[in-house]
Write a protein of this length. Structure first.
Lengths: 296, 329
């Protein structure tokens, strides 16, 4: 798979007067764990539902793994989806769910499914409605993994889990990817959930794509500068100030610079992904999308 | 997909099978007592058997047999509606409500196939259940119906033959469609109940097959005249002897030469005494207007109504397919 796993152009979804997603253009490179972040209501779920063919866009085009979402059985087989709140059939047992997966997916790997249920210490005869939130999410993930998809789409999979279940969930996801390989898109309104797992970031704000790029590139091009108080206007060219705060003696700036900072009068620090995202969330000026330019 | 549909539907299936078996046992047991009553009355009768027939009908419609007779009519009317409510409406509404359609629609089975399988399995079960039920009830009540000669009259008509199957298929398709549009189980069930009852009661049943229509001069010897001396209205009720006793009588009234229903009011002078009144009514040139469906219309009426309901059900199912396609990608 060399082409983009998701390619969207001008993707827009309106519900009556409300715009859930506007003019979203994206090209997500393959083999990545993509974090889709943004505040609640930014359009993350809408984008993911369009990508798995559960929603029809109002305008624009989207291709997932080279064809229309949910176009046919072969396309459905390539994409695994775990919806928000990880729905399962409450009245059916875990074994029923696995049998359902086996009956409806030609690529079903019963060994993966069985091993995962055993690792989680779950009784296959148990009714899914009696599972805890974390176990439920794990069952939904098991169904999505055992169909052996090329792309996994997870919508806020850990939002309702306690920290321990959250860690276990992400750990088992990463273990699967390490062993079997697959691209992943997972959304969260908390960057801290994704920081440890994702290597590509898409940020949605108020229905628009605010930032998209490789996590490494983003981190390498953003700095916190601390130095004696001064006017931020005398920074070298190519430096864009995203945020500034000043005390009587000291100035702290957050800047984007692709060339690096070699002025010794500044102490340059790397930003954490969370700080970087929060900085952009507070911004109103449009941000460029560096990674998008490079992947085209 | 078929296995999974069956798995989801398993509880309802066992409940239905248990109910059908219980009713079957009841019908077999009471059927024997009915056969015994038949053997001792009608089968043993020679010559004029009208009184014997009445006696048999009386036996069949009272006591234990009568309870079963009324029960079967109730069951035949209730089951198609219940199928719409409990099999049709929740079929998709519950998936949307609990979000499990996200799970179902993201396995390697197209949404069209998912829809087709569910509709075929559950819809087929609905038609088969009511077909079996109607066959059992129609055979059980066969002797009573022919002795009472009322198979075509409204209450009995809907509890016999193929019409209940048409209703069940329609109720199921209606429930499924409303469940898909409303996406919540209870509101979908309520909407299904309301629309179903309106459809089944408001279909212009007598007009589905052209009725026999007789328009003839009013025979005053067999017409009873009534007069209300306060409102001065007068009614002329003609005898309906020419209508077969096993027919479904729709209308029998006296009309003026221009075709309007005759009911006065009249000049009180004509009707000071009833003989004079009757004589006077006889001079108005009134006609008797009779409309009825003879017993032979039972099958054409049944098949026409079934065809209409099955046809509407097919349109609803078609809509479900189009809706699923258009609302997703």
């Amino acid at each position: 798979m060399t082409g983009p796993i998701v390619q969207a152009e001008g993707l827009t979804k309106r519900y009556g007067r409300r715009t859930a997603l506007s003019d979203c253009t994206l090209a997500v490179p393959p083999g990545k764990v993509v974090g889709l972040v943004g505040p609640n209501g930014a359009g993350k779920t809408t984008l993911l539902l369009i990508a798995v063919g559960m929603l029809r866009p109002t305008a624009g085009r989207i291709e997932v793994l080279g064809s229309l979402p949910a176009a046919n059985a072969a396309q459905l087989a390539k994409v695994g989806f775990v919806a928000q709140d990880t729905p399962i059939y409450a009245g059916l047992t875990i074994a029923d769910h696995l049998r359902f997966g086996a009956h409806t997916n030609p690529g079903w790997d019963q060994r993966i499914a069985r091993d995962r249920i055993a690792e989680l210490g779950l009784d296959p005869a148990q009714k899914a409605g009696k599972l805890s939130g974390g176990q439920r999410a794990q069952l939904a993930l098991t169904l999505a993994l055992a169909k052996r998809p090329d792309l996994l789409v997870l919508d806020e999979p850990v939002a309702r889990l306690d920290p321990l279940a959250r860690r276990d969930f992400l750990r088992s996801l990463m273990a699967y990817i390490a062993e079997h390989g697959a691209s992943v898109i997972l959304s969260s309104h908390l960057v801290s959930d994704l920081e440890r797992v994702c290597d590509y970031l898409i940020m949605l704000m108020a229905s628009r794509v605010r930032l998209a790029g490789e996590v490494d590139d983003l981190l390498a091009s953003h700095f916190r500068l601390i130095g004696a108080r001064r006017d931020p206007a005398d920074l070298p060219a190519g430096c864009v100030v995203l945020d500034e705060s000043h005390t009587d003696r000291q100035s702290t700036l957050i800047v984007r610079s692709t060339t690096g900072i070699d002025d010794p009068s500044w102490t340059a620090e790397q930003l954490s992904l969370e700080d970087l995202v929060l900085t952009y969330m507070a911004q109103t000026i449009p941000a460029p999308q560096p990674a998008l330019e490079t992947t085209r | 997909m078929t296995w999974f549909t069956w798995r989801q539907f398993r509880t309802q299936t066992w409940v239905t099978v248990a109910a059908l078996v219980s009713l079957g046992i009841l019908l077999v047991v009471t059927g024997r007592s009915l056969a015994h009553a038949y053997a001792s009355t009608i089968a043993a009768c020679h010559g004029d058997c009208a009184a014997t027939m009445r006696q048999f009908v009386l036996q069949a419609r009272n006591g234990t047999n009568g309870t079963v007779y009324n029960l079967t009519i109730g069951v035949m009317y209730a089951v198609p509606a219940l199928i719409g409510l409990f099999w049709g409406a929740p079929l998709f509404a519950r998936e949307f409500e609990t979000g499990t359609h996200h799970l179902a629609w993201n396995q390697s089975v197209t949404r069209t196939r998912w829809l087709a399988t569910k509709l075929a399995v559950v819809g087929g079960a609905a038609a088969a259940t009511v077909g079996l039920l109607s066959w059992a009830v129609t055979s059980w009540a066969g002797r009573v119906d022919s002795a009472a000669a009322d198979r075509i009259t409204p209450l009995v008509y809907g509890a016999r033959g193929v019409v209940p199957i048409g209703w069940a298929v329609f109720a199921f398709a209606l429930g499924v469609t409303l469940g898909m549009l409303i996406r919540r189980t209870i509101p979908a069930m309520v909407a299904t109940a309301v629309i179903y009852v309106v459809a089944v009661t408001q279909i212009p049943r007598p007009r589905l097959v052209p009725a026999v229509h007789i328009n003839r001069p009013l025979d005053m010897y067999s017409t009873s005249v009534m007069y209300n001396n306060e409102t001065h209205w007068v009614w002329a009720d003609p005898n309906n002897d020419i209508v077969p006793h096993d027919a479904w009588l729709l209308a029998n009234r006296s009309v003026t030469p221009s075709g309007k229903w005759f009911n006065g009011p009249v000049d009180p002078g004509h009707c000071s005494d009833m003989d004079a009144c009757t004589q006077w009514v006889g001079t108005l040139g009134l006609r008797q207007d009779l409309t009825y469906h003879p017993a032979s219309h039972f099958s054409p009426l049944q098949w026409t109504e079934t065809g209409i309901f099955v046809g509407v059900a097919a349109l609803l199912v078609g809509f479900c397919f189009v809706w699923t396609r258009r609302s997703t990608r």
